[in-house]
Design a protein around this ligand. Structure first.
Ligand SMILES: [Zn+2]
Length: 453
């Protein structure tokens, strides 16, 4: 039995793992490389294996760094079965369809073939077989699996795989991305009772999160200030999970009369479509939130909330006098409708720019957050004069302590832990801690490394 690391190895993105067990070939995740141009170009290269010979693909969740190259795998000849949860199936359909026109545009600019076409995506969706959490499923002789809840975003999965080849039987677990419970909507990350090998993420392998307690209070105060100062509150937000979490908290503040009524705009076609998927799959929410829903409260609808899917509705937001809140993508201001609002409102010191997510170096969001006096937005130079606020504690990833506690609860002996999906520093820090503190062999695999299991 062999395990190959083709992505997520010493980088955060591009998760892609291949297991060979006898004649069976299984892939876990087929993510896009994201970040630098160099990484983005990797997406266009041929897969290091023959997609036609792969039998099954397991997808942990619908973030593009875990599923973004899946339509390309189909374009390159894969015709096996794709396995994921029902919410992941619907979220992938929305998120990947959203990328089709962006990829076509990028291909035109660069004079190359698009990464994939709409028809590849349609075929991809026809190959999906969705499974619920906690069922043990036998796919064929020598290959069984069970999905556990990763608590990272809606539908996120950890895979337990039982593999058998001749007399050798092993259990291998892939965590995908792991959540940071408690969260407003999701159930906590499941425990894993036993494993021979564990492949664990490490995005926050060297860091601890800020406490969450203060988060809602800070949000409440920020909105109250916006109302008193009659200002425009801009919140760049990721369309998937972050925006729905924010809606949950805003719904709670409004319905419990903690804040006065104020116009709130969700100005992102993608976030609006994703919110529809969340509404469809409410049975996957945690107990508290399901209780709220069962008692008759639609958490994605409250007085003052406006969804603005069309361009005209988006343009008309300007007609609503302040105070008002505009939530739009992208989460790091690298594109999307937030740019139009930043261009309009950032130069007024009475307005407020609220950061609720990590801003990668070099992004516009980071430049605004760090107070660069003038920033370039949509070709114009805009004075960065609005008040800048940041609320931490919104991370969707487990931190170092949560990762270590997760591993600690797995029955020994755990033969080896492979630390992936983190920058080098984060992955190495977690690996060292696993070896020193838990006395479990651990390794940070290299790109294209092959491990004999
Ligand atoms: Zn993720």
């Amino acid at each position: 039995m062999q395990l190959h690391f083709y992505g997520g190895a010493k980088v955060v993105t591009g998760a892609n793992y291949l297991i060979e067990c006898g004649k069976t070939k299984v892939i876990v995740d087929c993510g896009m490389f994201q970040g630098s141009q160099e990484l983005a170009d990797l997406n266009y290269e041929n897969f290091p294996y023959d997609p036609r010979k792969i039998d099954y693909v397991f997808i942990t969740h619908s973030h593009l760094d875990h599923c973004g190259r899946l339509p390309k795998l189909i374009k390159d000849g894969f015709s096996g079965k794709i396995i994921c949860t029902p919410p992941t199936k619907d979220l992938m359909a929305v998120a990947l369809a959203d990328s089709v026109h962006l990829l076509a545009e990028e291909a035109r600019e660069k004079g190359r073939e698009p990464l994939y076409l709409g028809k590849d995506l349609i075929k991809m969706l026809s190959l999906i077989k969705d499974y619920e959490y906690d069922q043990k499923v036998k796919l064929k002789a020598g290959l069984e699996f069970r999905i556990k809840d990763a608590g990272h975003i809606l539908g996120s999965a950890m895979y337990e795989l039982w593999l058998k080849e001749k007399n050798k039987k092993i259990k291998i677990v892939f965590t995908g991305d792991m959540g940071n419970p408690p969260t407003p909507l999701l159930k906590p990350t499941d425990k894993i009772d036993q494993a021979d090998y564990l492949i664990i993420e490490s995005a926050y392998g060297d860091r601890l999160h800020e406490p969450k307690k203060e988060r809602k209070l800070k949000l409440e105060r920020t909105i109250e200030d916006a109302i008193t100062q009659k200002s425009v509150l801009l919140i760049p937000s990721f369309a998937l999970e972050r925006t729905q979490e924010l809606l949950y908290e805003l719904n709670d503040l409004v319905e419990n009369n903690r804040i006065p009524r104020i116009p709130i705009f969700i100005d992102s076609p993608l976030a609006i479509k994703i919110t529809e998927v969340y509404k469809k799959h409410q049975k996957y929410f945690n107990r508290k939130t399901r209780y709220i829903i069962d008692s008759g409260d639609d958490i994605f609808s409250f007085p003052g909330l406006n969804f603005t899917p069309t361009k005209q509705e988006s343009k008309d937001i300007i007609k609503t006098p302040p105070p008002k809140i505009i939530i739009a993508g992208s989460g790091m201001s690298t594109g999307g409708r937030i740019l139009f609002h930043e261009k309009e409102y950032l130069s007024d010191p009475n307005n407020c720019f609220l950061v609720i997510g990590f801003q990668v170096e070099g992004t516009l969001g980071r430049k605004i957050l760090e107070g660069e006096p003038v920033v370039k937005i949509l070709g114009s130079y805009v004075k960065n004069k609005a008040e800048i606020k940041a609320i931490g504690g919104y991370s969707a990833h487990a931190d170092q302590k949560q990762l270590i506690n997760f591993i600690k609860k797995i029955k020994k002996p755990l033969k080896k832990v492979f630390v992936v999906q983190g920058e080098k520093k984060a992955a190495e820090a977690l690996k060292n801690l696993i070896i020193e503190k838990l006395q479990i062999p651990a390794q940070v695999p290299k790109y294209e490394q092959v491990i004999e299991l």
